[in-house]
Design a protein around this ligand. Sequence first.
Ligand code: AMP
Length: 413
Amino acid sequence: MGFSTLGINEDLLKAVVAQGYKEPTPIQASAIPAVLKGKDVMAGAQTGTGKTAAFALPLLQKILENKQQNLAIKTLVLTPTRELAQQVHNSFETYAQFTDIKSTLAYGGVSIKTQVKALKTGADILVATPGRLFDHIVNGTVDLSHVEYLVFDEADRMLDMGFIDEINRILKRLPPKRQTLLFSATFDEAIFKLSKTLLKNPELIEVNERNKATTQVEQVVYNVDADRKRELVSHLIGSKNWQQVLIFTRTKQGADALAKEMCKDGLKTQSIHGDKSQGAREKALLEFKSGKTRVLVATDVAARGLDIEQLSYVINYELPYIAEDYIHRIGRTGRAGSTGLAISLLSPDENWLLEEVEAVIKDRLPQQWLPGYEPDLTKKPAKDDFKNTRSAQKRRTKKRASGEKTGNNRRRR
Ligand code: AMP
């Protein structure tokens, strides 16, 4: 089944063909007709499944059908991070390249002035992070009174990052009569709670089994002592001659320290996290994409939404505290049909984190010892600090379900 059978207009089809897409992905085949019919949609889809086009194409089509002379924001897309906002905006621009539809951006970490100017000039689509959008609302620099279509992209992440207050305040400024689409890689109680307040009689679309990690990705766990992880990573990348590797750490400091050490090992490495300026993050990403940098070390927040074509290797230097993040992390590889390898390094004191991940993905991950890097089982495991305890994790999960902010989720605008 080609895109043309989905009812997509010629100019949009031209852009799709120019992108080299031959067939709609499963999420596109399900979501495009539902959105065109005017249905609210709740879709479970990870990054890498083609979810952006699944909402962008039918919304562009709807805007084209009712295009008026004066520009007004008809479509509002909320994303958790700047990177994802940028990426979604780029996708809208790509798919709308043969039309006169305009998209603009509003996210934090950069000067608000340029955005104010762009908003004044006018656009049909606004892609925004909740914090910065709320700043524009307070300053009176955005008019949301014409919004007809609202998209929540990576809604689970938005809740994780504690954006619920901003979301509720933004919702109050939107016309009540609208079509709302909610995309989330994972579904939990908090998402269902949000969906109840947001969506009217939604069509539920699930292309992957709920909370299931992508199957094109081979997943392996290497047991290794914490103080030998860096050595193991450099060994793997060097001996296997991997050219583009994305590594996840839990903290910004950890990301910086690891990048520095890896450079000393002769592997060109950069780090990317929330404390780096937008410019620095974009530069690091560009250099990684172009192959100038071989290894990119990222925190979960910074990596969300990164779209790197043909990324084959993801390494979890540490497993995430929020088990669902594991799915997002490994979703960076095995995208749009290609295969990938996701390696997790597990020190003996991190077993409980693996159990959390396995509970979320409803699967057991194969564990291996790598010759020369076997863990020293005579060593005493490091004492868990408060954040690492299982009860603390449970408290956070509970808080998240009730829509409260969790302590380990930084809010960023
Ligand atoms: P997304 O899940 O929206 O982040 O998309 C992931 C990647 O898949 C992007 O690089 C898209 O350009 C690509 N993509 C989206 N739709 C298709 C399609 N129908 N055929 C091939 N690639 C696609």
